[in-house]
Design a protein around this ligand. Structure first.
Ligand code: AOS
Ligand code: ZN
Ligand code: ZN
Length: 391
């Protein structure tokens, strides 16, 4: 592990790391079986932003909140951006929604009906206009498109339709804007999804150009997939744009990141550190994409942010010189020991110190609990919104 005397750089890296929270994590959500409504959930996009700002106030590393359109539709997006600024946060990725409309039963941008493809692409273009108003950099694209049965539609033609919609969308991007294209193995389509894996996303992004990059949702792979390999590969190609962090035991569970497999999160963050891609200037968006169906939402997001920080701190503690010496010497056990030493370090005191240095409470969970924020919004907000899932 890195000697204590060298911790300044680690502390600096941790202080500059940024994690983006999703507006929908603060709303009611559930499974297809039941949505358990909670008191105090936001009724408006502004209230979601206020909750995200609360997470930032206690953690100091979550200054950006992602929106989902149309769940976060407002009249004036410029005004929403200044509201966010007043709360101490910025508006982040604009997530598009071409999956929650009866028209999209057979797909959105890959639908056999050209009229429906037009409607879906127009939504993506509208999202870029929203980005113009909010100052957002990232257009987050996730397509639920796919088919349930062999023969239902032509796999190859659907790729052509996808490429066409992506091209039109890409050509509308401003200089400082980009597409982050997410993939997902299955669900809601059960036989073939049109963007099922990182290779498909990567190939479309390469074809589009440098303003298109891949988004890795950690819950969207087959069990056993080596996600850190994907991270290393895409970083090497300059094609990793974003993460949707969450954790899963079975499929796309959208549980708190780092809850199911903190070791996997550490391995992912190690590749980020190894690729020198932690600093916000490097352009990787570390977003959360989670639903808190039964636990209270704001503390769950605070816990998730802390889980990412803990994995990151451990990744930063890997003694890279010792590791590379062991690797060059072919010392398998020593190389593995160097990595495991860092993983097995209790980094909570280090993170408490980083927070104190930033003028924050060393224990964000306890500080939030003491603040009375939850009780206040529980009393003030009646009739909170459903996030959009699990209706
Ligand atoms: C869906 O499974 C994806 O994770 C998308 O990122 C989706 O848009 C997100 O969950 C927010 O709705
Ligand atoms: Zn996602
Ligand atoms: Zn998902």
């Amino acid at each position: 592990m890195i000697p204590v005397s060298d911790l300044t750089a680690v502390r600096r890296a941790l202080a500059s790391h940024e994690i983006e929270t999703p507006s929908w994590a603060f709303g009611n959500s559930g499974t297809r079986f039941k949505v358990f409504a909670q008191p105090g959930v936001p009724r408006t996009p502004e209230e979601k932003i206020a909750d995200a700002a609360t997470v930032h106030r206690f953690t100091g590393v979550a200054p950006q909140v992602a929106l989902h359109i149309p769940w976060d539709t407002v009249e004036d997006y410029g005004a929403l951006a200044s509201y966010a600024r007043d709360q101490g946060v910025r508006l982040g990725a604009i997530n598009t929604n071409v999956f929650q409309d009866d028209d999209y039963k057979l797909g959105s941008v890959t639908n056999p009906d050209p009229g429906i493809r037009r409607k879906a692409t127009d939504h993506l273009l509208e999202a870029i206009s929203i980005m113009d108003a909010t100052g957002s950099r990232d257009l987050k694209l996730w397509f639920s498109d796919g088919i349930n049965y062999p023969g239902q539609d032509d796999l190859r033609t659907r790729q052509d339709r996808l490429a066409q919609a992506l091209r039109e969308t890409y050509d509308r991007l401003g200089d400082d804007q980009r597409i982050v294209l997410e993939y997902k193995l299955f669900e809601p389509a059960f036989y073939a999804t049109d963007v099922p894996d990182w290779g498909t996303s990567y190939a479309h992004c390469v074809e589009l150009g440098e303003k298109a990059t891949v988004c890795i949702d950690t819950g969207h792979h087959a069990p056993g997939t080596n996600i850190e390999f994907i991270v290393a590969f895409l970083l090497r190609q300059n094609k990793l744009g974003a993460f949707d962090f969450n954790s899963r035991f079975y499929a796309d569970d959208d549980l708190m990141v780092g809850a199911a497999d903190p070791f996997q999160l550490f391995r992912i963050m190690y590749e980020i550190v190894r690729g020198d891609a932690l600093h916000p200037d490097r352009g990787i968006a570390f977003m959360l994409d989670q639903c808190h169906n039964i636990e209270r939402k704001i503390p769950a997001v605070i816990r998730s942010v802390m889980n990412v920080q803990e994995a990151t701190a451990k990744a930063l503690l890997v003694d890279r010189d010792a590791l590379s010496a062991a690797q060059s010497a072919g010392d398998v056990l020593e190389a593995n020991a160097v990595v495991m030493d860092a993983y097995n370090t209790d980094v909570r005191p280090l993170l408490a110190q980083v927070r104190e240095d930033a003028g924050l409470d060393p224990d964000p969970m306890a500080a939030f609990k003491r603040s009375g924020y939850q009780e206040r919004v529980d009393a003030e907000r009646v009739g909170g919104e459903q996030a959009g899932w699990g209706a």
